[in-house]
Design a protein around this ligand. Structure first.
Ligand SMILES: Cc1cc2nc3c(=O)[nH]c(=O)nc-3n(C[C@H](O)[C@H](O)[C@H](O)COP(=O)(O)O)c2cc1C
Length: 397
């Protein structure tokens, strides 16, 4: 387990540290928290103690410690020191080597990598002395995460917001994540498609896009250049990923074909409509009669068309089935000439469409592997590691 020391300083963004602790623990970090005196005005020790599962420290002179060397012990314990939020005041102290409280003393004593996520009013961030301090810390090897631009607690707008907890956790994970997909170009499709019936109605499915977005995020962290062709979803764009937003199955086909040249790997995680209305009414269809019928025609098969290209990328399909999973998945693998297929049950109590968790049964021409039920982030990591392994085996064969 990775051991992280989280320093929290006095700013409104301290409330985000609670979520950060939760995410870090989910990613298998043991978290110990150190708060400045100002931070104690913004968050209670009790909350952070409950979330981290460890006592929270704030005193440099702690007579309770057996050898009164708490700051050295904590510094030695940590694999990394993260300060989030890092106030302008704290950044200035660290840059000048001042050590008048537990956190700044810990920073001086620490020999592990140090990460700061600054958070402050945009004028404070742009002030020349703050920028000089940041540059000095960077030169000394401190990693600076963010800040981001946006509306601020003070009502102003600009650069200075702390990066979102998820982005901070992703940044840290990237430091520990193997990069088996370094410099590989990957195109991923995600989400549902919408097939219009008339100007206000469409046919769609229950896909949330979570699996495809998790794959895009993790592929990026593993060093890949990622294009994400996505149907309509409610999900934030993964950091550093090139998003191509589409609506219908036909739009998705066009976008994939436009971007596929030069891609090393294609992962088709989107739930693309198999059928689309034969025509789209130009005006809203009226409610007339007790029954009506829809006329549908087959859509183009995106993954099969990619697998049929002369210079085809390593092509991974998904199969979502409610019965005969293995049979349909292996049939689809062979029929569509895929390199790999990730099959999952849908319509079950747990996993599948719109769920945060899932399990996969993965098949390739001469092998298979089960990836048991877990959250989609972990599952995406495991699937990408497997894809990288089979891809590299195929390309060195
Ligand atoms: C309501 C409030 C919000 C504040 N927010 C920030 C902030 O976001 N960033 C910052 O650098 N300072 C902020 N400050 C100022 C710091 O709390 C102050 O500089 C303090 O000395 C920081 O101490 P520390 O770095 O030891 O935690 C804020 C102050 C108040 C009263």
């Amino acid at each position: 387990m990775k051991q992280i020391l989280l320093g929290i300083t006095g700013g409104i963004a301290a409330y985000k540290s609670a979520e950060l602790i939760r995410l870090l623990r989910k990613d298998n970090y043991e978290v110990r928290v150190v708060m400045t005196q100002s931070a104690l005005q913004f968050m209670t020790k009790l909350t952070l103690q409950a979330l981290s599962g460890n006592p929270v420290h704030s005193e440099l002179l702690d007579a309770g410690q057996e050898n009164s060397m708490g700051h050295i012990n904590l510094a030695r314990w940590a694999d990394s020191l993260l300060i989030a939020p890092a106030s302008a005041h704290c950044i200035a102290k660290l840059s000048y080597g001042l050590a008048d409280d537990l956190l700044s003393t810990l920073y001086l004593a620490a020999e592990c990598p140090v990460y700061l996520a600054p958070a402050m009013n945009q004028s404070m961030w742009h002030k020349a002395i703050t920028q000089t301090n940041i540059d000095r810390l960077k030169q000394q090897g401190v990693h600076i995460i963010g800040p981001e631009s946006g509306s601020q607690a003070c009502g102003e707008y600009g650069l200075g917001r702390m990066s979102e907890p998820e982005a901070i956790a992703n940044y840290l994970n990237a430091q520990h994540t193997p990069t088996p997909l370094k410099h590989k170009k990957i195109l991923i499709t995600a989400g549902p498609t919408r097939e219009a019936l008339d100007p206000v109605r469409y046919i769609t499915n229950r896909s949330s896009g979570k699996m495809g977005y998790a794959l895009a995020t993790q592929a990026k962290l593993m060093g890949a250049e990622v294009i994400l062709v996505s149907g309509p979803t409610q999900l934030p764009i993964p950091h550093g990923v090139h998003l191509v937003a589409v609506e219908s199955a036909a739009d998705m086909h066009t976008a994939v074909m436009q971007h596929i040249q030069g891609q090393d790997i294609m992962i088709a995680a989107a739930a693309v409509a198999d059928y689309t209305p034969t025509s789209i009414a130009t005006e809203k269809i009226k409610k007339e009669g007790t029954h009506t019928e829809l006329s549908l025609r087959k859509t183009k098969d995106i993954v099969a068309d990619v697998a049929n290209l002369n210079n085809k990328p390593f092509t991974v399909g998904f199969a979502a089935e409610t019965h005969n999973l293995q049979h349909y998945a292996q049939d689809k693998l062979a029929r569509k000439k895929l390199d790999m297929i990730a099959a999952n049950w849908v319509g079950q109590a747990e996993g599948g469409f719109d769920s945060a968790v899932n399990a996969l049964q993965v098949y390739w021409p001469n092998g298979s592997q089960s990836l048991p039920l877990t959250d989609k982030t972990q599952l995406a990591k495991q699937l990408l590691i497997l894809i990288a392994e089979i891809y590299h085996a195929k390309n060195t064969a």
